[in-house]
Design a protein around this ligand. Structure first.
Ligand SMILES: Cc1ncc(COP(=O)(O)O)c(C=O)c1O
Length: 460
């Protein structure tokens, strides 16, 4: 049995986004060997069409569920910008009818720049989340005062409100984030983000009700994601029940923001019933609202990982194979997992991992080793949850492998263009696009970082 037989027998393959031809891997119909031949490795790839596809799919699921349940309110997709701030990503997102979710001061500078460039206008719906320092609050006030009429600061704490009340000239809208409980095995009972559930109604009655702000939405975010678990459903229930109680005090409240956390494919045998989950969310919210006799709210999601995760890939060459004892076999790659895919190290996150060439060769079980000297710079079966089989490597023929669906947070966590462990350089990054006729185009977004830049940062 060769590598190709193994993959075809172990998984449903080909599958969405992946197929082979002439013993080579294609990603969304893009021949990856073409990219490697043109650009070399290590190579970070952003495949833009996947982003709009994700947005359209989730939006269609919410609209279908809304219709199915005769849910008398609307849905809007927001993009959580922190999952990837790159301009080309935001511009792709903005091809769709979406809103934006911000999380820090500089996010608002991005909004100002997009407005100046004519990519958005001041009508765009924006929700501003996160714990807010003064600079962030000031930037929010500035943009609202400049005409961003659909910008809603979501209060992370009750003390945040005063700044807006004092600095926004006209009437404005606000949201409240309710602090979610953490999973039973977490280190804390309640998230540090948001306002305690039992403070919300008093805060509304004592402060917001008498201010120049209109309470518009309630938000929560479940760290562990939108999962079909009793924990998720019971937190959603608790949150919507609180929404109903607050709605009975406040008639301007008409929107619920259920946050991010929609999962993506991280392994070949991934299965997740998006349609069922979305249907269940809409049905549950309607059921609880009817029970309390309040109108159903408009729905907002702020998916980050779901929007951009599956658009990304990271491609490496195998530099060497090392057999360190009878059982432990390593493939050393020309990059670093720890710095370039930091979720693999910090969160033990798995990604889809496949060979790009050599599918007709025998396979072997390996651990992937990164370039830094840190003992945690590896990717293996035990830590990352799936056996790792790759084609036999020989010195005579190059072997390439790809980690797929790496488009969210990896640059944000690993940094972009700074100083990394063992001075591993930032890899080159290309943007891949496809036109209406199916023609593929590529563009070099950034070259591999050179030593001059690093030495300058280091003061040499
Ligand atoms: C408030 C808020 N909304 C949305 C998101 C996006 O989450 P995800 O990338 O899992 O969709 C996050 C992520 O941390 C968040 O904190």
């Amino acid at each position: 049995m060769n590598y190709s037989d193994l993959i075809h027998k172990s998984y449903e393959f080909p599958q969405r986004g992946f197929h082979t031809k002439n013993q080579e891997l294609y990603f969304h119909d893009v021949r990856l060997m073409d990219l490697i031949e043109e650009y070399g490795t290590p190579l970070r790839i952003s495949y833009l069409p996947k982003i709009s596809e994700q947005i359209q799919y989730a939006t269609s699921l919410f609209h279908a569920a809304i219709q199915r349940h005769n849910y008398q309110a609307d849905y809007r997709y927001f993009y959580c910008t922190k999952s990837s701030h790159f301009k080309f990503i935001t511009e792709e997102v903005l091809k769709n009818d979406i809103g934006l979710e911000t999380s820090s001061t500089y996010d608002l500078d991005i909004l100002a720049r997009l407005t100046a460039d004519g990519k958005i206008n001041t009508h765009i719906p924006v929700v501003c989340n996160g714990y807010k320092q003064k600079t962030y609050k000031r930037a929010i006030c500035n943009l609202i005062n400049e005409g961003f009429e659909n910008m809603i600061p979501i209060l992370d704490s009750t003390s945040e409100f005063r700044f807006y009340a004092e600095n926004i000239r006209e009437n404005f809208k606000v949201g409240l984030r309710m602090a979610a409980d953490e999973k039973p095995n977490a280190e804390f009972y309640t998230s540090r983000l948001g306002i305690r559930a039992d403070e919300l109604i008093n805060f509304y009655n004592e402060t917001l009700k008498h201010s120049n702000a209109e309470l518009k939405l309630m938000h929560f975010f479940i760290n562990s994601g939108v999962r079909d678990t009793s924990f998720y459903w019971s937190e959603l229930h608790r949150f919507v029940t609180k929404y109903c109680e607050l709605r009975q005090h406040c008639h301007t409240l008409d929107t619920v923001d259920i946050g991010g956390g929609m999962p993506i494919q991280t392994r070949l045998d991934f299965s997740y019933d998006y349609e069922y989950i979305v249907d269940e969310i809409v049905k549950t919210i309607k059921y609880i609202c009817e029970k309390h006799g309040v109108p159903v709210p408009n729905l907002i999601t702020e998916f980050g990982t779901y929007t951009v995760g599956e658009s990304g890939a990271m491609i490496y060459s195998v530099e060497d194979a090392k057999q360190q004892n009878d059982r432990e076999s390593w493939y050393m790659i020309d990059g670093s997992l720890m710095t370039q895919l930091p979720d693999t190290w910090a969160k033990r996150h798995a990604f889809v991992l496949l060979a790009i060439n050599g599918w007709n060769k025998d396979y072997r079980q390996v651990t992937i080793g990164g370039l830094t000297c840190d003992s945690d710079d590896f990717y293996n079966a035990k830590t990352h949850g799936a056996n790792i089989y790759l084609p036999e490597y020989t010195e005579e023929e190059p072997l390439y492998l790809g980690f797929f669906h790496t488009g969210a947070y990896q640059d944000a966590l690993g940094g972009c263009g700074g100083i990394q462990h063992c001075l591993v350089p930032e890899p080159q990054h290309i943007i891949v696009d496809k036109d209406q006729e199916g023609n593929i185009s590529t563009e070099l977004f950034c070259e591999e970082q050179d030593s001059a830049v690093m030495l300058q940062i280091l003061g040499y």
